[in-house]
Design a protein around this ligand. Structure first.
Ligand SMILES: [Zn+2]
Ligand SMILES: [Zn+2]
Length: 315
C-alpha cells in the first residue's frame, strides 16, 4: 500500500490555486519527496504532514520549477533538529544545478549545518528495503539525465490458513518457515512443503511517477499493469505542436499511455494555468476513464488495483 500527497501541481509557474511541482510518496515508515519546486516547504506545513523523516528527495530533472524549493527547504532543515541528513537523488545535470544552488547560493563556502548527500543515479534500482524497492528509469525531456520512478512492492504468495488447518500445521514457527518458503517437519514427523499451504503469487502494488516528459513510446513497458500512473499533462491537443516543441505531453497523450500500458488509475499533474481543469480532464477521460486531475494537497491511497482519494489534506 502506498500513499501519495500532492504538494504542488502547477506547470512552470505557480497559479493562485497550484504550487510548483512537489509530491510525497509514503510507504510504511518511508517517505520520498519527489521534486521540490519553489514554495514546497510552506506546502508541507499547510498539508500538516511535517518534516519528520523527510530526508530523501528524488529529483526528476533539473528545471527550476522542480528544484528551486530545495534552497529554502535546506535553509529551514539546517535550523531544525529533526533532520540531520538530507539525501538528494537525481541525474547528473540536475545534481550539478542543485549543487550550485545549495553550495554556491545558500551556503557560499560555509560548512553545511546538516550532512547533504547528492547521489547521482543511473537507471536501475536506487532503493530497496523491506518488502519494496524504487527503480529509476530514463525519460525524454529537455536536457539529459531525466528520470521517472517506479515504486514496487515485492510479489508474494498468500498463506492459505484453511489448507494449513486441514493439514494440521500448528501455528508458530512451522507456519512462519512455510511462509518464508522452507519445508518443515511437523511434531508428528510429517514433512510439509510450502506449495501445500501457499496460494498463487500475487504481484505487489506498483506506482509509477513520471515528471516532465515529451515522449511516451519508451514508457509502456515500465508502466504496464501499474496500479497508479502519475504523469504530467502540460498541454491540450490544440497546442500539441507546443507540447512537442517544449518536450511536454498533452492530456490525450498521457491518457493514451495509460490505456496502452493498461494501468489501473491515472493521475495527471503539472497542469498549466492556460487551461481550465475540466477541459484537461475531459480530454483525458475521452481516452482513459479512470483519470484524476491532481490538486494541491490531494492525498490518495493506492492498493492493488485501486486508488482512493482519502482527503484533501489542506489544514
Ligand atoms: Zn516542469
Ligand atoms: Zn521540465
Amino acid at each position: 500500500m502506498y500513499e501519495i500527497l500532492f504538494l504542488g501541481t502547477s506547470a512552470s509557474a505557480p497559479s493562485v490555486h497550484r504550487g510548483l511541482s512537489a509530491q510525497i510518496v509514503l510507504h510504511d515508515e518511508y517517505r520520498f519527496l519527489i521534486d521540490c519546486g519553489e514554495g514546497t516547504q510552506r506546502q508541507i506545513l499547510q498539508a500538516g504532514i511535517g518534516f519528520k523523516r523527510l530526508n530523501r528527495i528524488l529529483i526528476t530533472h533539473g528545471h527550476l520549477d522542480h528544484i528551486l524549493g530545495l534552497a529554502g527547504l535546506m535553509s529551514t532543515f539546517s535550523r531544525w533538529e529533526a533532520i540531520e541528513e538530507l539525501e538528494i537523488l537525481g541525474g547528473r545535470w540536475a545534481l550539478e544545478r542543485i549543487n550550485d544552488l545549495l553550495f554556491g547560493v545558500v551556503l557560499r563556502g560555509a560548512r553545511p549545518p546538516i550532512a547533504i548527500h547528492l547521489r547521482e543515479i543511473q537507471p536501475g534500482v536506487i532503493f530497496a528495503e523491506g518488502d519494496f524497492q524504487v527503480t529509476a528509469f530514463p525519460v525524454q525531456h529537455r536536457g539529459p539525465d531525466c528520470f521517472g520512478y517506479l515504486f514496487e512492492e515485492k510479489s508474494r504468495r498468500p498463506f492459505l490458513v484453511e489448507q494449513a488447518e486441514a493439514l494440521g500445521v500448528p501455528p508458530g514457527p512451522w507456519r512462519r518457515d512455510l511462509v518464508s518458503g522452507q519445508s518443515v517437519r511437523l511434531p508428528d514427523g510429517r514433512q510439509i512443503q510450502p506449495d501445500q499451504v501457499l496460494g498463487e503469487e500475487r504481484p505487489g502494488t506498483r506506482l509509477v511517477h513520471v515528471g516532465d516528459v515529451g515522449r511516451v513510446d519508451g514508457l509502456v513497458d515500465v508502466c504496464r499493469g501499474a496500479d497508479l500512473l502519475v504523469i504530467e499533462a502540460t498541454y491540450l491537443e490544440p497546442e500539441a505542436d507546443m507540447a512537442l516543441d517544449f518536450a511536454h505531453l498533452t492530456a490525450r497523450q498521457a491518457a493514451e499511455l495509460a490505456r496502452e500500458a493498461d494501468v489501473a488509475q491515472l493521475i495527471l499533474t503539472h497542469i498549466s494555468r492556460r487551461y481550465r481543469e475540466r477541459d484537461v480532464l475531459a480530454e483525458a477521460l475521452a481516452v482513459f476513464p479512470a483519470t484524476w486531475i491532481a490538486r494541491d494537497f490531494d492525498h490518495f491511497q493506492i492498493r492493488r488495483g485501486e486508488c482512493e482519494k482519502i482527503e484533501n489534506s489542506r489544514r
